[in-house]
Design a protein around this ligand. Structure first.
Ligand code: GLN
Length: 194
């Protein structure tokens, strides 16, 4: 039976993740209400606007169930705004986040929309070929806890992708473009026991 991976479809770039998962033979599920969480093998929280995603998660009753699932080893991948929702924000920042990943992030810390950028990334877990990273008003990961493995850094040493057990995050958008390797990495993470 195909894996069932949910993509939180409240706001943001969920449709692109659905297409990527479909290309990998996964059964993607657009998740709009909490009962749709049952029967899933994993969940993706997409990029978009973390204030909207977090508010809608709260309104629709997603925060507690997703937080509990993430804390009990259920695989969750947050991309860009999704990373923000999984992490801890620098003190005094908005919105409320789940804080399930032991990283601290600063929103929009690369600058304004005009400072969005694309760059080739070296991600050892994806093989030797560069992965094209698209950063759109991306957050910066300013602190990384001891239980977190950094999977990718910018040339200046700044972390842009990380993993903590079955929780995965990246500050760029692997769902934009044609390269399915990051999605394959997540699918492999979901299917392996370690
Ligand atoms: N700037 C957005 C935020 O802080 C994230 C942008 C994105 O997901 N591309 O929520």
């Amino acid at each position: 039976m195909a894996l069932r991976i949910g993509v939180l479809a409240l706001q943001g770039a969920f449709a692109e993740h659905v297409v990527m998962l479909g290309r990998l033979g996964v059964d993607p599920v657009e998740v709009r209400l909490p009962p749709q969480l049952s029967g899933l093998d994993a969940l993706i929280i997409p990029g978009g606007e973390s204030t909207s995603i977090s508010l809608l998660m709260s309104e629709y009753g997603f925060l507690a169930p997703v937080e509990n699932m993430a804390k009990s080893g259920f695989p969750v991948w947050g991309t860009c705004a999704g990373l923000i929702v999984l992490s801890r924000l620098t003190p005094g920042s908005y919105p409320h986040t789940m804080q399930v990943m032991d990283i601290e992030v600063k929103r929009n810390a690369f600058g304004r929309q005009v400072d969005s950028f694309e760059t080739d990334l070296h991600i050892p877990g994806l093989g030797p070929d560069a992965f094209h990273g698209i950063f759109i008003r991306a957050p910066r990961i300013s602190k990384v806890g001891a239980a977190v493995d950094v999977l990718c850094k910018l040339p200046d040493g700044e972390p842009v992708a990380a993993r903590q057990g079955k929780l995965l995050c990246c500050s760029f958008h692997p769902e934009l473009g044609n390269d399915t390797r990051f999605h394959r990495y997540f699918v492999d993470m979901v299917t392996t026991s370690t």
